[in-house]
Design a protein around this ligand. Structure first.
Ligand SMILES: Nc1ncnc2c1ncn2[C@@H]1O[C@H](COP(=O)(O)OP(=O)(O)OP(=O)(O)O)[C@@H](O)[C@H]1O
Length: 479
């Protein structure tokens, strides 16, 4: 007796064979509906649910293939096995191409028949799990929505549509926070690989020694902490797209390895001699001047030409006429208002940290503001100062202190009202400080990290976390 009783639909016009198959499968514990024609099978599928269908290929009237076609059209969820005579292997192969799970040549042993039913059921379960996982992944990966209708963004959108259909590498260049990852997702979502994996790695956010193992994987024991075999992101992205963020930070020792994958798809896991082959579309991004990196010997010239087959320059937000306004409308929660002075400050500001900074300024303001109305005083000092006078008059970053430095305006140097401090979470204050320093350094992460007294990689990780927190809070609000 089987532990897993299957619901089997057996369609066979040879009565003796049908009866002996049905009796055998029932004796094995399965629930069998045995019928003699396709028409009866279609009626049965309307009222009952089956796990596996066993169809004779040569049924009178409606053939087995026609039956498969009908149930596929009616979206019946069933795994189908065909029974075929010796001479009709070709039809069985066409049935497999149409989506049948398996075929058996008659005469077959009854043991084989049950074994194939169980296998088909397992395959069906895996297929469903695969579909569910894809669904989960596509729901957790935000759809790439590029807000902005400026001429600059229209040109970017046009370029996205042009480069998307090819399988060539794309290099996206632009300042930090301009939306390079969103553009990479937009390219992938408009490409033929839209339903294939989209895997990302930020070379700057990982310690150097980890970048290699993340990208190429490793074998157990190949270094101290390699406690098990691990596939790299190239293998995980196989058949899909790999987005390599901050490619300018790729350690020199890894650059030839990336070049090899780009040239012929070959790679090796750390500690493994076996060569593997992958087919992955690369989209890379950088906020560095890669040509300068090449000139100064930090980035291989041959790799630069390989990844720069198609390139796309993302303009800074200050060069996108009217987009700051659109982004503010997009990211300001519904029911919230901006008072005119705050609105003016936000639309006049030059956004050195680009869209990321704009989003964070709005988020920070909604934490600080009362009654769903953002006032000028809810904005960071640099945004306020932009409306008052030259940027150079902003206070030096070192003057930012927490928690009680209160100025005449009732704001401390960080722009928080002292009365708000008990309600502002420590994380939010830290986030506001990090973003403020980054903005004051015009988005230059190396300088901002130095000012903050943290390693540059730590800053990258913090910025990624801020983005993730925001995306998860956005999806919570939407759901
Ligand atoms: N045009 C846009 N429309 C909507 N959201 C955007 C747009 N551009 C950027 N964003 C959002 O701004 C944030 C920063 O974008 P993203 O991470 O793509 O920038 P980046 O250029 O890759 O930054 P970095 O160089 O620091 O990695 C993300 O939360 C992203 O969703």
């Amino acid at each position: 007796m089987t532990d897993i009783p299957l619901r089997i639909l057996l369609v066979e016009d040879e009565e003796d064979f049908r009866d002996s198959c049905a009796r055998w499968l029932q004796r094995k514990g399965h629930i069998v509906t045995a019928l003699g024609s396709g028409a009866e099978a279609i009626t049965a599928c309307e009222g009952l649910q089956f796990d596996v269908g066993v169809f004779d290929l040569n049924l009178p009237g409606m053939s087995g293939l026609e039956l498969l076609h009908r149930i596929q059209k009616d979206k019946v969820d069933i795994e189908v096995i065909f029974l075929t005579g010796q001479g009709s292997i070709e039809s069985a192969v066409s049935a497999m191409k149409m989506g049948a799970s398996d075929y058996l040549t008659k005469p077959c042993s009854l043991g084989d028949l049950e074994h194939h039913c169980l296998l088909a059921h397992e395959r069906g379960k895996l297929r469903k799990e695969n579909q569910q996982l894809k669904e989960v992944i596509s729901r957790t990966q935000p759809a790439a929505q590029l807000v902005g209708e400026s001429a600059a963004m229209q040109a970017v959108n046009k370029m996205v549509q042009k480069v998307a259909p090819t399988d060539k590498p794309v290099l996206i260049q632009g300042e930090s926070g301009t939306g390079k990852e969103v553009v990479a997702r937009a390219i992938q979502q408009s490409s033929m690989l839209a339903d294939k994996p989209f895997v990302t790695i930020n070379c700057a956010a990982l310690p150097e020694q980890l970048v290699e193992s993340e990208l190429f994987g490793h074998l157990k024991g190949s270094f101290t902490s390699a406690s098990s075999d691990k596939p790299g992101l190239f293998e995980i992205a196989d058949g899909g797209t790999l987005f390599i963020d901050e490619i300018g930070e790729l350690p020199p020792a890894l650059q030839p390895k990336l070049l090899r994958v780009l040239e012929d798809g070959s790679m090796r896991r750390i500690g493994c001699h076996k060569e593997r082959h992958v087919r992955v579309r690369i989209i890379a991004a950088t906020n560095r001047d890669l040509q300068k990196e090449v000139r100064e010997g930090r980035f291989r010239e041959d790799l630069y030409y390989r990844i720069n087959v198609l390139s796309l320059n993302l303009p800074p937000l200050r060069e996108r006429d009217g987009d700051a306004q659109r982004l503010i409308e997009h990211f300001l929660p519904s029911q919230w208002h901006l008072n005119p002075a705050a609105h003016q400050a936000l639309t006049e500001y030059h956004w050195p940290g680009n869209v990321r900074q704009l989003i964070n300024v709005i988020q920070r303001a909604t934490i600080l503001a009362d009654a769903q109305e953002i006032m000028l005083s809810d904005l960071p000092t640099e945004v306020i100062n932009r409306t008052d006078g030259p940027l150079q008059s902003r206070p030096p970053v070192e003057a930012v202190s927490y928690p009680n430095a209160v100025s005449n305006s009732g704001l401390n140097n960080s722009g928080y009202r002292s009365a708000d401090l008990p309600t502002a979470k420590l994380d939010d204050i830290a986030k506001a400080h990090v973003l403020e320093v980054l903005a004051l350094e015009n988005g230059n992460k190396a300088r901002a990290a130095r000012k903050l007294g943290i390693h540059r990689r730590k800053l990258y990780r913090l910025l990624e976390r801020f983005d993730k927190d925001r995306q998860s809070s956005d999806s919570t609000v939407e759901s």
